[in-house]
Design a protein around this ligand. Structure first.
Ligand SMILES: [Zn+2]
Ligand SMILES: [Zn+2]
Length: 268
């Protein structure tokens, strides 16, 4: 998964549907937006997106989500005949710069993150993979410490909304906790990259192709999550291969890790 920085400059383009999109995220957990992209040869579905507001104060990261379409050509917003490369992005967070704090440039210029050019001239630029973990951690920390209404890491009434992972062998439905890059990384750093149930290791089996690949499963059930729930990636998440993950979710109340292990053992 690569990470890209998209930029919004309110001086150049008036985002008239901004509040509508924020409402939609509150209703459904996400909002789809079409966005122009310069690194059109590198970007693909499943890639991570951060959106930064530039040109006018307040400046800072105001949204995050995932790419959900291949690159396509569509007409330029200036009404000319010019065609531009775009992708569809599903945003899970969009902050309202008029009403909410943004993850501001002062924070983004500290430490390793300072190496990134946070004020690019164009939209859809790849962020150096060396700093993306730190960016995810800072973003997660920002969202969980600020009292942000549509924080995707806090449960809402619409918690039942689930998302699909792209390109997995059997399209297991994963929750937003299972897909959250910060939570994923913390879980994997702790438990490693092989399936906690069957011990499958993608890199051992597929070499370079399988490197870093694994699903994470969220142990808590949607119904058990209270209003004040804060995800603890080590307590709440486990690495599982997509096969085991699919089996876990074959029952409405997902099977526990122990139940799954038992099933494997009795069939050996
Ligand atoms: Zn497995
Ligand atoms: Zn799961």
């Amino acid at each position: 998964m690569k990470t890209f920085l998209f930029a919004w400059n309110p001086k150049k383009w008036n985002w008239t549907t901004l509040e509508q999109s924020i409402d939609q995220i509150e209703q459904t957990g996400r909002a789809s937006e079409k966005w122009s992209v310069v690194s059109h040869k590198k970007i693909q579905p499943g890639d991570r997106v951060f959106l930064i507001r530039l040109g006018k104060q307040p400046k800072g990261i105001m949204g995050a989500g995932f790419v959900v379409s291949p690159v396509f050509l569509s007409s330029h917003w200036d009404g000319s005949d010019r065609l531009v490369n775009r992708v569809m992005i599903d945003f899970e967070v969009i902050l309202n710069p008029e009403k909410e704090p943004l993850l501001n440039l002062d924070i983004l210029k500290q430490g390793n993150l300072g190496k990134v050019n946070w004020t690019p001239q164009s939209s859809g630029i790849k962020i150096n993979p060396d700093v993306t973990d730190e960016l995810e951690a800072v973003w997660f920390d920002f969202l969980t410490t600020q009292k942000i209404r549509h924080n995707p890491f806090k449960p809402t009434e619409k918690e039942k909304q689930k998302v699909y992972t792209e390109g997995t062998p059997n399209q297991v439905i994963v929750t937003k906790y299972e897909r959250n890059p910060f939570a994923r990384k913390t879980c994997i750093d702790h438990y490693g990259l092989s399936c906690i149930i069957c011990d499958f290791d993608f890199e051992k089996q597929y070499g370079e192709l399988g490197k870093g690949f694994i699903h994470v499963h969220h142990l808590k059930q949607v119904a058990d999550i209270g209003k004040e729930y804060q995800i603890d990636p080590i307590k709440d998440l486990r690495p599982v291969c997509p096969n085991c993950h699919a089996m876990i979710h074959k029952r409405k109340e997902p099977y526990s890790i122990d139940e799954m292990k038992e099933k494997i053992n009795t069939n050996k």
